[in-house]
Write a protein that binds this ligand. Structure first.
Ligand code: C2O
Ligand code: CU
Length: 504
C-alpha cells in the first residue's frame, strides 16, 4: 500500500526542514527561562452552539471549549505551549500569522512529525509582532478545524491604544443536522470542487449569538478572526463606521473599508475601532453582506439606556508598526504563480463517470443556511467522501498551483527564495472562485491588484483573491526553512491547492 512510502519520505522531508530551521534569524531556538507557559489539550467535548430547544453538539476542541482558550501575551514575550493530543488521530498546531522559527510552525511531515494520539509536543517561540493571531491544527485541518479546533492568540502592544473595551470575535460556521450534530460529510467532492465547506450555522465565539450589549459613546476595539473552513464574511455594522487599524495582526493606516464592508476570507483577521454612536435604548443589526442577495443577520447590538460619554473620544487609534523588514521593490526578485483548477477537476470527474452538476458559476454559500438546517444539501450526499477525493488527487487533483496539485502530504519545494532578499510574487487566480492565499513564516505587503497599486500597501499573511484577479505581494524572505503556501479554504487546500516554498 501507499502509506508506508509516504511516511518514510515524509520523515526525510521533516528532517531536512528541521536542520534548515537551525539558522533561525528571527528567534533563538533555545529553551528560555521566563517563557509564558500554556497547555492546550485537543480532545472531544460538547459545546452549546445552537440555543434551546436544540441540544448541545459533540465537537473536537481545546480544553473543552470552542473556541479554545484565548492565549494573550505581551509583544516580546516568549510562549511555551504544551499541546496534548487527546484525539483519536494525529494532530499538530499551527500559529497562524505568527513569525515563528520553522520547527515551531506545526506543519506535519514538513516541520515536525505529527503528534500522535496520547502524545504531546512543546511549541516555543517569541511573540515578535503585536496583533491578532490564531491557532489551529494543520493535520487534516478541513475536518479538525471544521469540528471546532481553533482559538485566538492575542499579542498586546507594549502600550495598547486606548479603548473602553477590547473584544475578540472568533467567527465560524458549522454544518449541522436538525439534531444540532455536526454533519459528517467532511472532505466531500462537492465542497472540494466548489466554495468549500460552508456551514448552515454561523457563530461568534462558538455560539449562534443572540445579542451584544453596547453603550452609547464607548469605543470598542473589535478583533475579528475568521476561523471558518470556507465562509467569506463581509460585515456591515448597521450604520456604524468601522475603522480598520490592523489586518492579519499587522497595523495599517486607519481607514474605513471600501464599500463599508469589513471583508474577511477564511483565516483573515481585522482589528477595527467601533465608536458606538447609536442612541441609548436603540438596537442595530450587524449583517454579513458578502454575497449579494444572500445577506443575513449576524447579531444585534443592543444599546443600554444610559450613555458613557456624549462625545466621540479623540484618542489616537494608529497602532505602532511591527518590526517587519521593508521589501525593496527596485531590487526584488520576481516570481509568478498561477492558481487554477475547479473546472479541470470537474473534467477528470466526468471521465471517471461521476456526477457533475454545476462546475462553474458563483458559489452559493448559503445552500443549507439556518432555515435549511437539517436538510441534505443537493449534492453533498452523492458526491463521495475523502477517500474519493484522495483518489481524485492521485489522478491529477482538483486545484493546482502552477499546474501542480500537491499529492498527499509529501512536498518538495515549488520554488526557492533567496534568503534576506526582497521578493515580489505575482499571483494570478485563473479560476472562477475566491481563494484566500496564505504564506507561512512571513507577512507580506499587498502592493497591487489587477495592476493597480493598493492604497494602503497592507501587510497580510492571507490575501483574498477574487475570481480572475491578479495580486502582487512583496516581502523580505528572512525566515529560513520550508514553508507552506496554500489556499485557506481548507477543502481547496486538501484537494491540491497547496505547495511548499523554501527560504535558503
Ligand atoms: Cu492557517 Cu497553513 O494555515
Ligand atoms: Cu481556494
Amino acid at each position: 500500500s501507499r502509506m508506508p512510502t509516504l511516511t518514510r519520505r515524509a520523515f526525510i522531508a521533516s528532517g531536512a526542514a528541521l536542520s534548515a530551521g537551525a539558522m533561525l534569524p528571527l528567534q533563538s531556538n533555545a529553551r528560555a527561562a521566563g517563557a509564558r507557559e500554556f497547555r492546550l489539550r485537543a480532545e472531544q467535548g460538547r459545546a452549546r452552539i445552537v440555543p434551546e430547544p436544540y441540544g448541545d453538539t459533540s465537537v473536537w476542541c481545546y480544553d473543552g471549549s470552542v473556541p479554545g482558550p484565548e492565549l494573550r501575551v505581551k509583544q516580546g514575550e516568549r510562549l511555551r505551549i504544551t499541546v496534548e493530543n487527546g484525539l483519536a488521530e494525529d494532530t499538530t498546531v499551527h500559529w497562524h500569522g505568527v513569525r515563528v522559527p520553522n520547527a515551531m510552525d506545526g506543519v506535519p511531515h514538513l516541520t515536525q512529525a505529527p503528534i500522535s494520539a496520547g502524545k504531546d509536543f512543546v511549541y516555543e517561540f517569541d511573540a515578535v509582532d503585536a496583533g491578532t493571531f490564531w491557532y489551529h491544527p494543520h493535520q487534516r485541518s478541513f475536518e479538525q478545524v471544521g469540528r471546532g479546533l481553533y482559538g485566538a492568540l492575542i499579542v498586546e502592544e507594549p502600550e495598547p491604544i486606548r479603548v473602553d473595551r477590547d473584544i475578540v470575535w472568533v467567527l465560524s460556521d458549522w454544518r449541522l443536522t436538525e439534531a444540532a450534530d455536526i454533519r459528517d460529510d467532511f472532505g466531500n467532492m462537492h465542497d472540494a470542487m466548489h466554495g468549500g465547506r460552508v456551514g448552515n450555522a454561523v457563530t461568534i465565539n462558538g455560539r449562534i449569538p443572540e445579542a451584544v450589549a453596547v453603550r452609547t459613546g464607548e469605543r470598542i476595539r473589535l478583533r475579528l478572526i475568521n476561523a471558518a473552513n470556507a465562509r467569506i464574511f463581509g460585515l456591515d455594522f448597521g450604520g456604524h463606521e468601522p475603522i480598520i487599524v490592523a489586518l492579519d495582526g499587522q497595523p495599517v493606516e486607519p481607514h474605513a473599508p471600501d464599500g463599508g464592508l469589513v471583508v474577511l476570507g477564511p483565516a483573515m483577521r481585522a482589528d477595527i475601532i467601533l465608536d458606538m454612536t447609536g442612541n441609548p435604548g436603540s438596537r442595530v443589526t450587524v449583517q454579513d453582506r458578502f454575497y449579494e442577495g444572500l445577506e443575513y443577520r449576524l447579531v444585534d447590538l443592543v444599546y443600554a439606556d444610559t450613555s458613557v460619554r456624549d462625545k466621540t473620544p479623540d484618542w489616537p487609534i494608529a497602532l505602532p508598526p511591527n518590526p517587519l523588514p521593508e521589501p525593496d521593490l527596485a531590487t526584488a526578485i520576481r516570481h509568478d504563480i498561477t492558481f487554477n483548477g475547479g473546472m479541470m477537476g470537474a473534467m477528470v470527474m466526468q471521465e471517471m463517470g461521476g456526477s457533475m452538476g454545476e462546475s462553474e458559476g458563483s458559489p452559493n454559500p448559503t445552500e443549507g443556511m439556518m432555515g435549511n438546517m437539517g436538510k441534505d444539501s443537493s449534492m453533498g450526499g452523492m458526491m463521495g467522501n475523502m477517500g474519493m477525493m484522495m483518489d481524485m488527487m492521485h489522478k491529477g487533483g482538483i486545484w493546482f498551483i502552477n499546474g501542480v496539485a500537491a499529492e498527499g502530504h509529501v512536498m518538495e519545494p515549488m520554488f526557492t527564495l533567496a534568503r534576506d532578499r526582497s521578493h515580489v510574487i505575482a499571483m494570478t487566480n485563473a479560476t472562477a472562485w475566491h481563494h484566500p492565499i496564505h504564506l507561512h513564516g512571513h507577512s507580506f505587503r499587498v502592493i497591487s491588484r489587477n495592476g493597480q497599486p493598493t492604497r494602503h500597501r497592507e501587510w497580510q499573511d492571507t490575501v483574498l483573491m477574487a475570481p480572475r484577479e491578479k495580486v502582487e505581494i512583496a516581502f523580505v524572505a528572512d525566515n529560513p526553512g520550508d514553508w507552506m503556501i496554500h489556499c485557506h479554504i481548507l477543502e481547496h487546500q486538501a484537494a491540491g491547492m497547496m505547495g511548499v516554498f523554501r527560504v535558503a
